[in-house]
Design a protein around this ligand. Structure first.
Ligand code: D5M
Ligand code: FE
Ligand code: ZN
Length: 477
């Protein structure tokens, strides 16, 4: 036995690996150290970025999990499982993209948001008179001149032209986004041409939310944009995050209470996502990228439930609503027992709290056009999405939308927590009692991002303490 262990030790050293005493202990105590080590070597050789020191977390996933999970842990898992309810994930994924499908899609968007607007006290209280009218419509066009903002609002009956002249109302009107649904109060100036002077604008918005006051324990951890496979993936920092989740780092107290990890897309860097991306890839095979991703996630204790939705770098249909990552390419993730693979957007109830999770592609479209929104504070733009009650208001820019019969991008269920990623900058806020969280990234600035001045803020992880509703941010840099 002793000699077997010695030869294992020197084999690893000869291959250039050091091994930590804890990891060595795991090998020593395993049922069959030789088989385990040959599997370990195979695994390490398949990794593009090899560890210098072998740690327990490299080995544990290779030891049959059935042995390491005690029956008690299994029970705990079941208990957690019953606390997760998927309210809605992705859409129906229809493939019809005919003009008629688009007409029906926007009609559904209009109807859904109109009924949300009609529930508002201010909209309800406004009574049309001869001259004064309210119009609820979808924004068809928008033009800005020096002293006017002109929009066209479309409803079932036709098009109303609205002119905003007054300085104060113009300030509000700047924020109007194409294809969103709003209500305008105004005065008719030409009835036959349907022209009104806009005097006020009402967005669907959310009312202050009161959380169900029940006793909860534990932490929810938010992350996204891991970009495994990219040369810029911050392996070391991500590993220290995993170590923390395993209770092997600072802040053990919090780590031991983590019950859920939510990942809002861009698990891997993908292939062919943008021109010449292969030059920035350390793993050029998408299957291998998911293998590596699953290997990392398999190091996370199994009693932490992991929820994963896709991002624009993941392997799946790219239009919103987005189905879960393909089962064949993402197979290694699907094989993890504690992972739940969902679509974008997903409404999930966890311990009686509603989580809305989306990757956040539309942030690229709305940040540049909304005053006071910047890529440095994505949470502000996320609040604007809540005001519009839509996850991708603008059609035809960077966010591809599939015209499904039902617009599942309407925020018709008000969440307690709204989580997105994509812009690679973390940010947290609270709006009307809703936690708004952007979970940043684990990818350093890429060359492309450098060329257009995107400055990521990686390695920061927002966490919610369910017992007191405080947000903590942990820094793994
Ligand atoms: O996106 C990360 C951030 O960088 C997001 O705000 C978009 C921006 N980005 C990255 N690549 C591009 C290209 N090719 N065009 C425009 N904007 C881009 P991620 O989804 O991680 O690539
Ligand atoms: Fe990303
Ligand atoms: Zn993205």
């Amino acid at each position: 036995m002793e000699s077997t262990l010695k030869s294992i030790y020197s084999t690893l050293l000869n291959l250039g690996y050091q091994i930590s005493p804890e990891a060595f202990k795991l090998i020593k105590e395993s049922e069959n150290p030789e088989t385990l080590v040959s599997e370990l070597i195979k695994k390490l050789e398949s990794m593009k970025v090899k560890p210098i020191v072998i740690e327990p977390y490299h080995i544990e996933p290779l030891i049959s999990k059935k042995i390491t999970i005690s029956t008690q842990l299994e029970k705990k898992k079941e208990r957690y499982e019953s606390h997760i309810k998927i309210l809605r994930s992705g859409g129906k994924y229809s493939v019809d993209s005919s003009p008629e499908a688009f007409r029906l899609y926007f009609l559904d968007r209009f109807k859904k948001l109109k009924s949300i607007l009609n529930l508002r006290a201010d909209v309800k209280a406004f009574n049309n008179s001869n001259k004064k009218v309210k119009v609820v419509g979808i924004v068809n066009s928008k033009k800005e001149t020096k002293d006017k903002i002109l929009i066209e609002l479309e409803d079932e009956k036709g098009i109303t032209k609205v002119i905003f002249k007054d300085k104060d109302v113009r300030k509000k009107a700047v924020r109007i986004m194409l294809d969103e649904v709003i209500c305008v109060f105004g005065t008719i100036i030409e009835k036959d041409k349907n022209i009104i002077i806009g005097e006020d604008i009402i967005w669907p918005d959310v009312l202050p939310k009161t959380r169900q006051n029940i006793k909860r324990e534990g932490y929810v951890v938010f992350t996204s944009d891991i970009h495994i496979g990219s040369k810029f993936f911050m392996k070391q920092q991500f590993e220290s995050f995993i170590k923390w989740l395993r209770g092997e780092n600072n802040e053990k107290e919090i780590a031991s209470k983590v019950k859920y990890l939510i990942i809002a897309g861009d698990i891997v860097d993908g292939v062919g996502v943008y021109p010449n991306q292969e030059e920035e890839l350390i793993i050029k095979d998408i299957y291998k990228q998911y293998e590596e991703a699953a290997y990392y996630l398999s190091m996370i204790p199994e009693d932490i439930k992991i929820i994963i939705i896709p991002g624009n770098h993941d392997a799946c249909r790219q239009t919103l609503p987005t189905p879960p990552i393909y089962k064949d390419i993402g197979a290694p993730l699907y094989s993890l027992k504690n992972v739940i693979m969902l679509g974008d957007p997903s409404f999930i109830e966890i311990e009686n709290l509603i989580f809305l999770v989306t990757h956040g592609r539309s942030l690229d479209d709305i940040i540049p056009i909304i005053p006071n929104c910047t890529f440095k504070e994505p949470q502000k733009a996320m609040i604007e999405l809540l005001k519009s009650r839509h996850l991708a208001p603008i059609y035809g820019e960077k966010t591809p939308i599939a015209p499904e019969p039902e617009d599942v991008l309407v925020i018709d269920i008000i969440p307690d927590i709204f989580h997105a990623g994509h812009v690679h900058v973390w940010g947290v806020s609270e709006y009307q009692g809703i936690f708004v969280i952007n979970s940043g990234t684990w990818q350093k600035q890429t060359k492309y991002q450098q060329s257009i001045g995107i400055e990521p803020a990686p390695g920061i992880v927002p966490v919610i303490d369910l017992s007191n509703f405080k947000i903590i941010t942990l820094n793994f840099l």
